[in-house]
Design a protein around this ligand. Sequence first.
Ligand code: GLA
Length: 734
Amino acid sequence: MKKNTLIFISLYLFCLNLTAQQKDVIRIETQDQAIILTAESDDKVIFQYWGRKVNSTAPFLNRKIKGQPDTSDDFASQLYPAYGGRYYLTPALKLTHADGVLTTELVYINSENKALDNNRTETVVHLRDKLYPVFVDVRFVAYQRENIICQSVEIRHNENKDIKVENLASSYIPLHAESYYLTHFNGTWSSEMLMEEEELTHGIKVIETKKGVRATQSESPSFLLSIDNPANEDTGEVYAGTLAWSGNYKLSFELDETGKLGIISGMNSFASTFTLKAGKKLQTPEMVLAYSAKGTGQISRNYHDWARKYGMMHGNEVNPVILNSWEGAYFTFDEKTLTDMIDSAAKFGVEMFVLDDGWFGNKYPRNGDNAGLGDWQVNTKKLPRGIGYLADYAVNKGIKFGIWIEPEMVNPDSELAKKHPEWIVKSGKRDILPMRNQWLLDLSNPQVQDFVVKTFDDVIALSPNISYIKWDANRHVDNVGSEYLPAGEQAHFWYEYVKGLYSAYERIRAKHPDIQIQLCSSGGGRLEYGALKYHDEFWASDNTNALDRIFIQYGTNIFFPTIATASHVSTSPNHQTGMMTPLKFRFDVAMSGRLGMELQPKDIDSEDYEFATKAIENYKRIRPIVHLGDLYRLVSPYGKNGWASHMFVSKDKKEAVYFAYSLKYHGRTTYLETKLKGLDPQKNYKITELNTRGWNRSFYGDGQVFTGDYLMKVGINLNIGNPFDSSALMLTEE
Ligand code: GLA
């Protein structure tokens, strides 16, 4: 080789190296995972990697992806691709500049990294448009111990006129693998969070809602993505995300021609173009992300740990056993009906009585779902001595008292609807379409926010003995429009409604930090972390049929913890499905969450009464393990064998509780065999069967001691072959 050529090559390599040295490597890390970005001033930020932690990040500086000469030219590998430049896939950001220009090219300014405390690190990557004064911050908060990363985005600008933000995702994730298996969660009223898994093919798969309120009733802003194989409980790489947002959302999974998958998650841009003024900010909700190299079981345990600490209220205190009046009394009750229920609740060992719908409205009494919503005054005919009397009555019996509200809604037949027609969501002069006979109040209006806060305050003020509120929301948005928002900002409704709701939650929580609040929206219609943050628990479904609940809770508990999963024993035949199931089965299912009852106690015969009282006593023993321990799923109800099983293990592994359910008839000679998980192999565990009836036992080893090693390697077998047979076992270290 000629001398000149050699000098040239050396110089070239030297320059390359210099360039490489100017690159920043941005690491977002938790205990077991890392997201790695590389960035160079005035160039695109590259999303290099998300997976297990790596020892050295240096190789990322010169990494080439799929033989492409320069990864910065690769639209799909950017941290936050905007519509502009070499564009070929759905962008995370799309806006129109003040001068009408449609494109944006985001480049790197710098990044900041700081510890928020000894568990949380915040990383903010600052980006700007190459030509326009538009600034985008991509923010990550990494939770070390829980292995969760929250991602969100903020945009602002100094253009001389408004810009139109048409799409602003919370997160964009590029992945590259042989194949991708997506699990998503769909359903409808009474069948929420049912799971479907599919292998993604080229093109775009979209999970979204445009319903605005009750946004998670039919679909969930949550996903599991398993790499190369269908998702497995204990093995394989799994990515997961759940959007913390109570309004319209969209998750899209785009598999491009190079085999890369781009996952975009955030608020739904449909009919929502946001006019952003100079100097103002627009902020996205957080996408709560998780990664596991050991299957979905670990993903769930990470979410549960995170949720108990950061994603809900009072997540480190166990929740009380509740008797809720709804299925036992519906709208038809008087004082005596309720005090009788309270008497029975106290005898059962129940710890709280909750008075559901039907207690308010005088001019338009709430005797059905067609009147009274909005008029939050005690119905004096039904309850002449008021809520104070009932709450005191309960407390004197040694149990707490809670009450139902639905403050965002109004019946046309109500004093409120007549007084404030301007507060109702409506589309100009078009008809307002009722749903469950009710209309929606316009929470984008600060006066409505004040009304909602005042409703909460006033209801709490009905008695110092109210310690729990069930907050419901029983319709979604249609014929959208706000009399409060200006004509040019009607599309802001979707965003401003949710912001108004959060502002009301904030004000309420500032005043009432200790009140327990249940998140309910026709069942699981508002099940996401944007709202759950302000609540103590949620009502996963109006379907209390134990068989259906096994499926609903299986999906729900992938992302949301059991401590927050209100799960009630109701009567048989079940009011939603007509199905008849044994009381033991109903208890064994409900005891995997926050146990409650939702029935008329006086309908229970004496034998069942004794069983229920004993089951509640058992539940109180296992409750700390169910609420605060680790969930291990053993047998999926979606499997072909017609059984389901899972267990909870206390953090110190000294105690565990195991549940199994038979979903069909298995024939006489077939039995369920399961290997247990999460135990300490060195420990000895005594197994005691709970909720037994008479001499019936499902487990041959009741009262015997086994090593953790044996239980996890050999396992146990159970005689639960008939439909709705079930087993509940407690394990205690000997
Ligand atoms: C919704 C809730 C139920 C009950 C009724 C009352 O459907 O999900 O639990 O509170 O409203 O109307």
